[in-house]
Design a protein around this ligand. Structure first.
Ligand SMILES: *Cc1c(COP(=O)(O)O)cnc(C)c1O
Length: 348
């Protein structure tokens, strides 16, 4: 089986298991797990922030970040295609009373700058508005197919945010994919945001964990918020040890995943009836689907699974294939062959 549903299916590398076995541990809620402290220092250093906080998941990282930036009744201004808006169970609203204010998302995951400007409504001047609390950006952008927000765009949003005095949170679950694709240090992307969340457990292949990075003050607040939502972990060095390996050994290899995604996309784009936007294939995600979806019958993903290739069904007649650690180039060539054959058989 070639499993291209997600880069979250990656298993820890042998070096990670070894590091977990040998990890020096302590009680992290008391700040005494040396391995967690090392991971947090490393993450802060790499993202160019003062401090960092290990959390259970990307969802928890975004939740803790939004709740630490905004108060109940304030708005999180975010993309209408963003992960926070679509896939995080409405946590910031449900648990923190933060109001989601969605803004139209462009083809590459960018929020329309005019839309963003209009969404920032200074409450001081009008009793009708919920005041803005935080702007959330996403890069690489999940629903847009792993697209990258370029530094010029991040700078433009930074200027808007500064003019309004609002912090920016970057949902950078796959920000290392963006940095590797742009061939720049990740801090060149994270420097535009006040806080960033990134996942260890996607392309970086660690079993569990995300990091929130930001100023010392912000991380102190985030630490309290993490405790509040039940995210204080004790001997968390056991997972942090894998995270350190992820950050030191698994970043550069993401380029291989990007090459594989490109091979996959180019092998499929010319199939009859195929809708696949090659311009959005910038990292390790490929979104594809029939131009005119079949109204009934088995879906492409179901048929493919029978033939030995798993991809994700993301709804609306669209599918997602994700390249990752554990998928070799030969697997990609085999996947292309099986996908071409299955596609033709389904006569899209
Ligand atoms: C995966 C993902 C998350 C959530 O991460 P989990 O660890 O699955 O909770 C958040 N944002 C984006 C853009 C993601 O791709």
């Amino acid at each position: 089986m070639i499993d291209l549903r997600s880069d979250t299916v990656t298993l820890p590398s042998p070096a990670m298991r070894e590091a977990m076995y040998r990890a020096e541990l302590g009680d992290d809620v008391m700040g005494e797990d040396p391995t967690v402290n090392r991971l947090e220092a490393l993450a802060a250093e790499m993202t160019g922030k003062e401090a960092a906080l290990l959390v259970v998941s990307g969802t928890m990282g975004n939740l803790v970040s939004v709740l630490s930036h905004s108060r109940r009744g304030e708005e999180a201004i975010l993309g209408d295609q963003s992960h926070i808006f679509h896939f995080e169970a409405g946590g910031a609203s449900a648990l923190g009373g933060v109001v989601f204010h969605p803004v139209a998302t462009g083809r590459f995951g960018e929020l329309d700058l005019n839309g963003l400007k209009n969404a920032i409504r200074p409450a001081a001047t009008n009793v009708h508005y919920a005041p803005p609390g935080v702007i959330c950006l996403e890069s690489t952008h999940n629903r847009c197919g792993g697209t990258i927000l370029p530094p010029t765009y991040l700078q433009a949003v930074r200027e808007l945010a500064d003019a309004a005095g609002i912090p920016i949170h970057l949902d950078g679950s796959r920000i290392f994919n963006a940095a590797v694709a742009l061939e720049c240090p990740v801090r060149e992307l994270t420097r535009f945001a006040d806080s960033v969340q990134f996942c260890l457990s996607k392309g970086l292949s660690a079993p569990v964990g995300s990091l929130v990075c930001g100023s010392r003050d912000f991380i102190a607040r985030a630490r309290r918020t993490r405790k509040m939502v039940g995210g204080g972990m004790r001997q968390a060095g056991i997972i942090a040890a894998a995270g350190i390996v992820a950050l030191t050994e698994m970043v550069e290899r993401l380029a291989e995943d990007h090459r594989h995604a490109r091979i996959l996309a180019e092998g499929l784009v010319e199939l009859p009836g195929m809708h696949l936007d090659l311009d959005t294939v910038q990292t390790n995600l490929v979104i594809l689907g029939p131009r005119a979806p079949h109204p009934e019958g088995p879906s492409f993903a179901q048929e493919l699974a029978r033939a030995g290739v798993k991809i994700g069904d993301i709804g609306g007649g669209r599918f997602r294939a994700v390249t990752h650690y554990g998928i070799a180039q030969a697997d990609i060539h085999e996947a292309v062959r099986v996908m071409q054959k299955t596609w033709r058989e389904l006569r899209y």
